[in-house]
Ligand binder design. Structure first.
Ligand code: ADP
Length: 488
């Protein structure tokens, strides 16, 4: 777009006077010397002025267009370069102006790209970035900050958004002595989180008024792991210390007061053996847990036959079943496809669930072990992309577990009734191991329980189509006939 060049009357008059002044001088000499009549002097001068206008007007309008164009460039407006046909022979002004405009345009685009890139970069940072002025009023934020603290943060006081005194103190320290500060704090709202913050002074004077840059990292998960680790060490030490203290106590008694008491010695040795066995079981479970955790991120690839594992594991419990007069019923689909897994880890899952069911079921009851292919999948992250899974479940008829305990059963050392669990020889790690093994196998665990009726623990494992297609028959028998076996 071009604005029409405007030539002011005074400019036109002045230019005409300058342009016609040499002719006026010559005519005046002729008039003074009497060689030119006064009337001809006037006609001559008017003719010269009119002729001058033919050149002066386009010249002035080009100059005016050029002035307007340069002015527009200075005002950062995008204009087409003007038509300077009258001036082009004066020099290469028009070409130079086009080049100036192109380079101006390139620079502007470069700057716009840099600004957009920086904004995208700041927005894609996973950490929270908040920039304030010296009054702690928010000037700029990134997307992570807006996602957590809300969309309208600009121009609000930081204390209103993050009401934390440690953070405010650290910012004041930066404002006072210019050195960066680090701070850790906990925030209850909008959701309970731990943060690690780095506060720096903005290194150059900023036109937008930024003087303080605050970077916050969400360390909630890190803190949780730290706490869990500390709790775990405390719990494990406590679990080992208890049987150890009991063994030490008995050794002292056997060395002292019961030195010559043969009956007491036999009794104490039996208790000591039980305690030592408990410690050994605990250490084995701890080692299993740590081994499973070490391999947590590499899913097992070997083909495993769950039915074979179940049949092998049930043998280990025949004696325990006989002790409580518990009948073990197996309802296993014979054509169940194999899955991918770690043989020993899946055996441990079966062992822990079956062991618990026999431990916690009432005497003279049934424990039912079933395995089938199912399309009724639990609402679990790992089952989202599956249409069917292998389901292995263990049902007992014991005291059951009340609802509030169920979500916590897979925590390490969590027990519903500590005294009772210790009595039946539990370590409190069995279900934690089950959960970790299933996580590694992209499987799921569900627990259903009715107090005074019993509990059902169900394990879901993915079906891999390449393996499953080897036994197409299995697919047809999904959720159909069951093959029952009874032990003893
Ligand atoms: P433990 O070795 O103590 O059995 P687990 O991790 O296997 O440890 O189980 C945790 C707790 O869950 C047990 O202490 C027990 O209170 C409860 N629990 C587990 N299985 C059953 C079950 N089949 N019936 C009732 N309670 C159970």
């Amino acid at each position: 777009m071009h604005n029409k060049p405007v030539i002011s009357f005074s400019t036109l008059l002045k230019t005409l006077m300058v342009a016609s002044s040499p002719a006026l001088l010559v005519l005046s000499i002729f008039a003074i010397t009497g060689e030119l009549d006064f009337n001809y002097f006037i006609y001559g001068y008017v003719a010269i002025v009119v002729l001058s206008m033919v050149f002066v007007v386009p010249f002035l309008s080009n100059i005016s267009a050029l002035t307007q164009y340069v002015y527009d460039l200075a005002m950062d407006k995008r204009m087409r370069s003007p038509d300077l046909s009258f001036l082009s022979n004066v020099g290469e002004l028009s070409g130079a102006l086009s080049r100036l405009q192109r380079s101006w345009e390139n620079k502007r685009q470069e700057m716009e790209t840099v600004i957009t890139e920086r904004e995208i970069l700041v927005d894609t940072l996973p950490d929270i970035l908040i920039m304030t002025n010296d009054d702690k009023t928010v000037v700029r934020t990134n997307r992570a900050a807006r996602n957590i603290f809300g969309q309208n943060l600009a121009n609000r006081h930081l204390h209103e958004i993050i009401p934390n005194e440690s953070l405010m103190k650290a910012i004041n320290a930066v404002i006072e002595d210019l050195h960066g500060q680090e701070v850790e704090f906990f925030l209850e709202d909008p959701s309970p989180r731990d943060f690690h913050g780095i506060i720096e002074r903005f290194p150059i004077p900023s036109e937008g008024g930024i003087s303080i840059v605050i970077t916050l990292t969400d360390i909630t998960q890190q803190k949780r792991v730290q706490r869990m680790r500390a709790d775990f060490v405390a719990n494990a030490s406590h679990e080992i210390r208890t049987p150890l203290a009991s063994i030490i106590g008995f050794i002292e008694t056997l060395r002292g007061p019961a030195k010559d008491d043969a009956v007491a010695r036999d009794e104490f040795l039996k208790v000591m053996a039980d305690q030592a066995e408990r410690m050994s079981k605990l250490i084995n479970d701890l080692l299993s847990l740590s081994k499973i955790e070490m391999n947590a991120h590499s899913a097992p690839t070997s083909k495993v036959d769950l039915l074979r594992i179940i049949r092998a594991e049930k043998q280990h419990f025949e004696w325990a079943c006989r002790q409580k007069n518990v009948t073990l019923r197996l309802k296993l689909h014979d054509n169940l496809p194999s899955t991918r897994g770690d043989d020993e880890e899946l055996a441990q899952v079966v062992r822990n669930l079956l062991g618990n069911a026999i431990k916690y079921t009432n005497p003279d009851t049934d424990v039912v072990l079933s395995a089938k292919l199912t399309s009724a999948l639990p609402d679990d992250q790992s089952m989202r992309n599956l249409t069917r899974a292998i389901c292995f479940s263990v049902e007992d008829h014991g005291e059951g577990i009340s609802r509030e305990h169920i979500p916590r059963l897979t925590e390490r050392f969590y027990r519903v009734d500590t005294a009772r669990t210790r009595k039946v020889g539990g370590t409190g790690l069995g279900l934690a191991i089950v959960k970790h093994v299933l996580n590694r196998h992209h499987g799921a665990l569900t627990i259903e329980s009715e107090v005074a009726e019993g509990s059902t623990f169900s394990v879901y494992l993915p079906v891999y189509d390449d393996i499953a297609s080897e036994s197409e028959k299995a697919r047809n028998s999904a959720d159909n006939d069951e093959l029952s076996e009874v032990i003893p």
